[in-house]
Ligand binder design. Structure first.
Ligand SMILES: *Cc1c(COP(=O)(O)O)cnc(C)c1O
Length: 307
């Protein structure tokens, strides 16, 4: 996928910051800003800079991502789920806490402030309940996490880890931010930081009356327009706004797409693909995918700018 030169992706860093502050206020525990995958396409370094004063740490997928962002993470703790290195010094030097789910890796990363990852249903990047204690001992571990999306999973995590008397535990991403029973010592929101902060727009390059079946698939409309973004840029059919009214991207081609229009819509008018009434939730139901995927695709659709 390549970004369309005709689409503008605007990331409102003040809104990301406000969402981080809201998470902190409402959860009342530490907040780790999840900035993996270049902060869901919002720009990890820029997001880190914007939220640093509001959060207690950062979470990424790999140590390589943490390094690539090119920021020192403001002296806050950083968690990286995956990395090949078995050398505790590598993590200490990078200021990154590794995540472990085997006795062997816990042992070799002793002294690197490793976190044990406990399986509560995802069945990946985590150990079974019966293994947690041995891993904690082998790695002299004081911190546990799980990747929970349902309250029962957070409860299972609590039952497994509470008897071990660990100093620091966390389970919740965006799905469980509102659940006091899933908060423990920290929360790890990703989506909640970015969902209201991204605006994706383009312009109609054509607007006309539709004469019989149009496009590849023979769609019918009273009027239609064309935008210069297509599936080569990651676009899919779905809702949009033209002149503040709900319209539809009816058919997507390689590098252009058809939009259903009203009488007053004309060439040059702005088309909002994400933002205002076009929420990531609305798009995700149309695209039949997660809001996280919508954000990653939408931020990759065009030229990013930050406000
Ligand atoms: C991605 C991720 C999160 C954040 O998930 P959201 O649903 O986007 O808030 C939290 N924890 C872990 C372990 C993750 O991998």
């Amino acid at each position: 996928m390549t970004p369309s030169p005709h689409v503008t992706v605007t990331i409102d860093l003040a809104r990301v910051r406000a969402a981080a502050e809201r998470a902190k206020r409402e959860a009342g525990v530490d907040v780790y800003a999840v900035v993996k995958a270049d902060a869901y396409g919002c720009g990890a370094a820029k997001v880190a800079d914007a939220v640093a004063g509001a959060v207690d740490g950062f979470y990424l997928f790999t140590l390589a991502e943490a390094r690539a962002a090119g920021v020192r993470w403001f002296g806050k703790p950083v968690i990286a789920l995956l990395d090949e290195s078995e050398d505790a010094a590598v993590y200490r030097e990078a200021g990154v806490k590794p995540v472990v789910w085997t006795v062997a890796r816990a042992r070799s990363l002793r002294g690197a402030s490793a976190i044990v990852s406990v399986d509560t249903g995802q069945q990946r990047f985590a150990c079974a309940a019966a293994e947690v204690e041995a891993i904690v001992k082998a790695g002299e571990i004081n911190e546990a996490m799980t990747h929970a999306s349902r309250l029962e999973q957070a409860r299972a995590f609590d039952a497994i880890t509470r008897p071990l008397g660990l100093g620091y535990r966390h389970a919740a991403g965006t799905a469980l931010l509102g659940e006091p029973g899933a908060r423990f010592d920290a929360v790890r929101p990703g989506l909640a930081l970015y969902a209201d902060a991204v605006r994706v727009t383009t312009k109609l390059v054509d607007a006309r009356r539709t004469d019989g079946p149009a496009g590849y698939g023979g769609f019918r409309a009273d009027r239609h327009g064309v935008i210069l973004a297509g599936y080569a840029n990651g676009l899919r059919p779905g809702p949009c706004l033209v002149n503040g009214e709900l319209r539809r991207v009816v058919e997507v081609g390689m590098q252009s797409a058809f939009v259903e229009l009203d009488d007053r819509d004309k060439a040059g008018d702005e088309v909002v693909l994400l933002g205002d009434a076009i929420t990531s939730h609305l798009v995700s139901t149309t695209w039949e995918t997660s809001q996280q995927e919508v954000l990653v695709r939408m931020t990759a659709l065009g030229q990013r700018r930050w406000t």
